[in-house]
Design a protein around this ligand. Sequence first.
Ligand code: GTP
Ligand code: MG
Length: 259
Amino acid sequence: MSDKENDTLISSAEKLALNIAGNRSELHVNTDQMIDAARKYITPFESFFEMYSCAIMEMETKFNVLNKQFSLIYDGNPIVYMVSRVKDIFSVLKKLDSKKLPHTVESIEKNIKDMAGVRVVCSFIEDIYRLEKCLLSQDDVTLIEKKDYIANPKPSGYRSLHLIVSIPIFLEHDKKDITVEVQLRTIAMDFWANLEHKLKYKKNIDQQKYNELSRELVDCAQTIASLDERMQNVRDCLPKDNVGQPQTIEELMQDIMHN
Ligand code: GTP
Ligand code: MG
Protein backbone atom coordinates (compact mmCIF):
# COMPACT_ATOMS: atom_id res chain seq x y z
CA MET A 1 0.00 0.00 0.00
CA SER A 2 1.44 3.42 -0.92
CA ASP A 3 1.74 6.23 1.64
CA LYS A 4 -0.90 8.18 -0.24
CA GLU A 5 -3.36 5.28 -0.02
CA ASN A 6 -2.57 4.87 3.67
CA ASP A 7 -3.22 8.54 4.31
CA THR A 8 -6.49 8.36 2.41
CA LEU A 9 -7.62 5.42 4.50
CA ILE A 10 -6.87 7.22 7.74
CA SER A 11 -8.48 10.49 6.73
CA SER A 12 -11.56 8.58 5.55
CA ALA A 13 -11.86 7.00 8.97
CA GLU A 14 -11.46 10.39 10.58
CA LYS A 15 -14.25 11.81 8.44
CA LEU A 16 -16.42 8.95 9.53
CA ALA A 17 -15.47 9.46 13.18
CA LEU A 18 -16.35 13.14 12.87
CA ASN A 19 -19.68 12.27 11.30
CA ILE A 20 -20.47 9.85 14.07
CA ALA A 21 -19.23 12.12 16.82
CA GLY A 22 -20.98 15.18 15.35
CA ASN A 23 -24.59 16.02 15.91
CA ARG A 24 -26.39 14.03 13.23
CA SER A 25 -29.36 16.36 12.90
CA GLU A 26 -27.09 19.42 12.55
CA LEU A 27 -25.15 17.64 9.82
CA HIS A 28 -28.44 16.56 8.20
CA VAL A 29 -27.18 12.99 8.09
CA ASN A 30 -29.88 10.34 8.11
CA THR A 31 -29.41 6.67 8.96
CA ASP A 32 -29.13 5.53 5.33
CA GLN A 33 -26.41 8.11 4.68
CA MET A 34 -24.61 6.99 7.83
CA ILE A 35 -24.70 3.38 6.62
CA ASP A 36 -23.46 4.43 3.15
CA ALA A 37 -20.62 6.44 4.72
CA ALA A 38 -19.70 3.52 6.95
CA ARG A 39 -19.59 1.15 3.94
CA LYS A 40 -17.54 3.57 1.88
CA TYR A 41 -15.02 4.51 4.55
CA ILE A 42 -14.76 1.41 6.67
CA THR A 43 -14.59 -1.27 3.96
CA PRO A 44 -11.08 -0.31 2.76
CA PHE A 45 -9.90 -0.58 6.36
CA GLU A 46 -11.21 -4.07 6.79
CA SER A 47 -8.26 -5.82 5.13
CA PHE A 48 -5.78 -3.92 7.32
CA PHE A 49 -7.70 -4.84 10.48
CA GLU A 50 -8.24 -8.37 9.18
CA MET A 51 -4.49 -9.07 9.53
CA TYR A 52 -4.78 -8.48 13.25
CA SER A 53 -7.80 -10.82 13.46
CA CYS A 54 -5.69 -13.46 11.71
CA ALA A 55 -2.86 -12.94 14.21
CA ILE A 56 -5.39 -13.38 17.02
CA MET A 57 -6.61 -16.65 15.47
CA GLU A 58 -3.00 -17.90 15.29
CA MET A 59 -2.32 -16.89 18.89
CA GLU A 60 -5.55 -18.44 20.19
CA THR A 61 -4.65 -21.66 18.37
CA LYS A 62 -1.24 -21.68 20.05
CA PHE A 63 -2.88 -21.35 23.47
CA ASN A 64 -5.59 -23.92 22.66
CA VAL A 65 -2.90 -26.42 21.65
CA LEU A 66 -0.91 -25.74 24.83
CA ASN A 67 -4.10 -26.06 26.88
CA LYS A 68 -4.85 -29.48 25.33
CA GLN A 69 -1.29 -30.65 25.82
CA PHE A 70 -1.13 -29.46 29.43
CA SER A 71 -4.44 -31.17 30.21
CA LEU A 72 -2.92 -34.49 29.09
CA ILE A 73 0.23 -34.03 31.15
CA TYR A 74 -1.01 -32.19 34.21
CA ASP A 75 -4.19 -32.40 36.19
CA GLY A 76 -6.81 -30.22 34.46
CA ASN A 77 -6.77 -27.39 31.93
CA PRO A 78 -4.57 -24.40 32.75
CA ILE A 79 -6.69 -21.96 30.73
CA VAL A 80 -10.12 -21.16 32.07
CA TYR A 81 -11.03 -18.73 29.26
CA MET A 82 -9.57 -16.39 26.65
CA VAL A 83 -10.85 -13.02 25.47
CA SER A 84 -9.50 -11.39 22.32
CA ARG A 85 -10.08 -8.14 20.51
CA VAL A 86 -8.76 -6.00 17.68
CA LYS A 87 -8.46 -2.36 18.74
CA ASP A 88 -11.17 -0.29 17.05
CA ILE A 89 -10.25 2.59 14.76
CA PHE A 90 -11.51 5.26 17.14
CA SER A 91 -9.32 4.00 20.03
CA VAL A 92 -6.40 3.80 17.58
CA LEU A 93 -6.85 7.43 16.51
CA LYS A 94 -7.07 8.51 20.17
CA LYS A 95 -3.89 6.59 21.04
CA LEU A 96 -2.00 8.08 18.07
CA ASP A 97 -3.05 11.55 19.23
CA SER A 98 -2.02 10.90 22.82
CA LYS A 99 1.45 9.94 21.57
CA LYS A 100 1.49 12.82 19.03
CA LEU A 101 1.97 10.36 16.17
CA PRO A 102 0.83 10.71 12.55
CA HIS A 103 -2.42 9.09 11.50
CA THR A 104 -0.98 6.63 8.99
CA VAL A 105 -1.10 2.87 8.62
CA GLU A 106 2.70 2.83 8.80
CA SER A 107 2.60 4.70 12.09
CA ILE A 108 0.02 2.23 13.48
CA GLU A 109 2.15 -0.76 12.44
CA LYS A 110 5.27 0.75 13.98
CA ASN A 111 3.89 2.25 17.18
CA ILE A 112 0.65 0.60 18.27
CA LYS A 113 1.70 -2.73 19.69
CA ASP A 114 -1.67 -3.68 21.11
CA MET A 115 -3.74 -3.60 17.89
CA ALA A 116 -4.31 -7.32 18.50
CA GLY A 117 -4.90 -8.34 22.11
CA VAL A 118 -5.34 -11.80 23.61
CA ARG A 119 -6.15 -12.13 27.31
CA VAL A 120 -5.54 -15.57 28.78
CA VAL A 121 -7.16 -16.29 32.12
CA CYS A 122 -5.83 -19.14 34.27
CA SER A 123 -6.72 -20.53 37.69
CA PHE A 124 -3.19 -20.54 39.10
CA ILE A 125 -0.13 -18.27 38.88
CA GLU A 126 2.10 -21.25 38.10
CA ASP A 127 0.13 -21.90 34.90
CA ILE A 128 0.74 -18.33 33.73
CA TYR A 129 4.51 -18.70 33.85
CA ARG A 130 4.36 -22.21 32.40
CA LEU A 131 2.32 -20.97 29.42
CA GLU A 132 4.69 -18.00 28.99
CA LYS A 133 7.69 -20.32 28.88
CA CYS A 134 6.07 -22.63 26.32
CA LEU A 135 4.87 -19.78 24.12
CA LEU A 136 8.23 -18.02 24.06
CA SER A 137 10.09 -21.24 23.27
CA GLN A 138 8.17 -21.61 19.98
CA ASP A 139 10.48 -20.74 17.10
CA ASP A 140 8.00 -18.51 15.26
CA VAL A 141 7.35 -16.36 18.33
CA THR A 142 9.58 -13.33 18.98
CA LEU A 143 9.40 -11.51 22.28
CA ILE A 144 9.39 -7.74 21.83
CA GLU A 145 8.55 -6.56 25.34
CA LYS A 146 7.67 -8.13 28.67
CA LYS A 147 6.07 -6.42 31.66
CA ASP A 148 5.61 -8.53 34.75
CA TYR A 149 2.98 -6.73 36.79
CA ILE A 150 2.57 -9.87 38.91
CA ALA A 151 6.10 -9.59 40.29
CA ASN A 152 5.84 -5.77 40.20
CA PRO A 153 2.19 -4.68 40.57
CA LYS A 154 1.15 -1.19 39.43
CA PRO A 155 0.41 1.40 42.16
CA SER A 156 -3.31 0.91 41.31
CA GLY A 157 -2.91 -2.72 42.43
CA TYR A 158 -3.09 -4.03 38.84
CA ARG A 159 -1.46 -7.44 38.34
CA SER A 160 -1.00 -9.44 35.10
CA LEU A 161 1.84 -10.66 32.93
CA HIS A 162 2.06 -8.67 29.68
CA LEU A 163 3.95 -9.95 26.65
CA ILE A 164 4.25 -8.12 23.35
CA VAL A 165 5.19 -10.76 20.81
CA SER A 166 5.51 -10.91 17.08
CA ILE A 167 4.15 -13.89 15.12
CA PRO A 168 4.02 -14.53 11.38
CA ILE A 169 0.78 -14.82 9.50
CA PHE A 170 0.79 -16.42 6.07
CA LEU A 171 -1.14 -14.54 3.39
CA GLU A 172 -1.85 -15.51 -0.22
CA HIS A 173 1.54 -14.33 -1.51
CA ASP A 174 3.59 -13.34 1.48
CA LYS A 175 4.28 -13.68 5.17
CA LYS A 176 3.70 -10.81 7.56
CA ASP A 177 4.98 -10.42 11.10
CA ILE A 178 2.26 -9.05 13.35
CA THR A 179 2.59 -7.92 16.97
CA VAL A 180 0.11 -9.19 19.52
CA GLU A 181 -0.27 -8.11 23.14
CA VAL A 182 -0.82 -11.14 25.36
CA GLN A 183 -2.09 -10.52 28.87
CA LEU A 184 -1.93 -13.53 31.20
CA ARG A 185 -3.71 -13.35 34.54
CA THR A 186 -5.57 -15.43 37.10
CA ILE A 187 -9.37 -15.44 37.47
CA ALA A 188 -8.97 -13.34 40.62
CA MET A 189 -6.75 -10.78 38.85
CA ASP A 190 -9.28 -10.61 35.99
CA PHE A 191 -12.17 -10.10 38.41
CA TRP A 192 -10.28 -7.21 40.00
CA ALA A 193 -9.10 -5.62 36.72
CA ASN A 194 -12.61 -5.61 35.23
CA LEU A 195 -14.07 -3.77 38.22
CA GLU A 196 -11.16 -1.32 38.44
CA HIS A 197 -11.52 -0.60 34.71
CA LYS A 198 -15.20 0.23 35.28
CA LEU A 199 -14.29 2.66 38.05
CA LYS A 200 -11.60 4.34 35.91
CA TYR A 201 -14.05 5.13 33.13
CA LYS A 202 -16.97 6.26 35.33
CA LYS A 203 -17.70 9.88 34.52
CA ASN A 204 -20.49 10.64 36.99
CA ILE A 205 -18.48 10.12 40.18
CA ASP A 206 -17.06 12.83 42.44
CA GLN A 207 -13.33 12.96 43.18
CA GLN A 208 -13.67 12.08 46.87
CA LYS A 209 -15.73 8.96 46.17
CA TYR A 210 -13.32 8.02 43.35
CA ASN A 211 -10.30 8.27 45.71
CA GLU A 212 -12.11 6.27 48.38
CA LEU A 213 -13.01 3.45 45.95
CA SER A 214 -9.49 3.47 44.46
CA ARG A 215 -8.02 2.95 47.95
CA GLU A 216 -10.51 0.14 48.57
CA LEU A 217 -9.44 -1.48 45.29
CA VAL A 218 -5.74 -1.25 46.23
CA ASP A 219 -6.67 -3.11 49.40
CA CYS A 220 -8.73 -5.69 47.44
CA ALA A 221 -5.74 -6.20 45.12
CA GLN A 222 -3.58 -7.16 48.10
CA THR A 223 -6.24 -9.60 49.34
CA ILE A 224 -6.47 -11.11 45.86
CA ALA A 225 -2.67 -11.46 45.61
CA SER A 226 -2.58 -13.34 48.90
CA LEU A 227 -5.58 -15.48 47.82
CA ASP A 228 -3.78 -16.45 44.58
CA GLU A 229 -0.73 -17.41 46.61
CA ARG A 230 -2.75 -19.49 49.11
CA MET A 231 -4.66 -21.29 46.32
CA GLN A 232 -1.34 -22.08 44.62
CA ASN A 233 0.03 -23.46 47.92
CA VAL A 234 -3.02 -25.70 48.35
CA ARG A 235 -2.62 -27.03 44.81
CA ASP A 236 1.08 -27.67 45.38
CA CYS A 237 0.17 -29.80 48.42
CA LEU A 238 -2.35 -31.99 46.57
CA PRO A 239 -1.02 -35.46 45.76
CA LYS A 240 -0.20 -35.80 42.06
CA ASP A 241 -2.59 -38.03 40.05
CA ASN A 242 -0.10 -38.62 37.28
CA VAL A 243 2.87 -40.18 39.09
CA GLY A 244 4.48 -42.68 36.72
CA GLN A 245 2.38 -41.42 33.82
CA PRO A 246 3.85 -39.94 30.64
CA GLN A 247 5.05 -36.35 31.19
CA THR A 248 5.39 -35.25 27.56
CA ILE A 249 3.52 -35.91 24.32
CA GLU A 250 6.50 -38.00 23.10
CA GLU A 251 6.35 -40.17 26.23
CA LEU A 252 2.58 -40.48 25.82
CA MET A 253 2.98 -41.66 22.19
CA GLN A 254 5.70 -44.15 23.21
CA ASP A 255 3.42 -45.43 25.96
CA ILE A 256 0.48 -45.87 23.54
CA MET A 257 2.65 -47.65 20.93
CA HIS A 258 4.28 -50.05 23.38
CA ASN A 259 1.25 -50.98 25.48
P1 GTP B 1 0.09 1.64 26.19
O1 GTP B 1 0.72 0.48 25.50
O2 GTP B 1 0.32 2.93 25.50
O3 GTP B 1 -1.38 1.39 26.47
O4 GTP B 1 0.75 1.88 27.57
P2 GTP B 1 1.59 0.87 28.42
O5 GTP B 1 2.47 0.06 27.53
O6 GTP B 1 2.19 1.60 29.55
O7 GTP B 1 0.41 -0.05 28.94
P3 GTP B 1 0.53 -1.34 29.83
O8 GTP B 1 1.31 -2.39 29.14
O9 GTP B 1 0.94 -1.00 31.22
O10 GTP B 1 -1.00 -1.73 29.87
C1 GTP B 1 -1.72 -2.03 28.73
C2 GTP B 1 -3.07 -2.66 29.06
O11 GTP B 1 -3.04 -3.34 30.34
C3 GTP B 1 -4.23 -1.69 29.22
O12 GTP B 1 -4.80 -1.41 27.99
C4 GTP B 1 -5.18 -2.47 30.14
O13 GTP B 1 -5.87 -3.47 29.43
C5 GTP B 1 -4.23 -3.16 31.08
N1 GTP B 1 -3.91 -2.34 32.27
C6 GTP B 1 -2.74 -1.73 32.54
N2 GTP B 1 -2.79 -1.09 33.72
C7 GTP B 1 -4.03 -1.28 34.22
C8 GTP B 1 -4.69 -0.86 35.44
O14 GTP B 1 -4.15 -0.16 36.29
N3 GTP B 1 -5.98 -1.29 35.60
C9 GTP B 1 -6.62 -2.07 34.68
N4 GTP B 1 -7.88 -2.43 34.93
N5 GTP B 1 -6.02 -2.48 33.54
C10 GTP B 1 -4.75 -2.08 33.31
MG1 MG C 1 1.39 -1.39 26.07
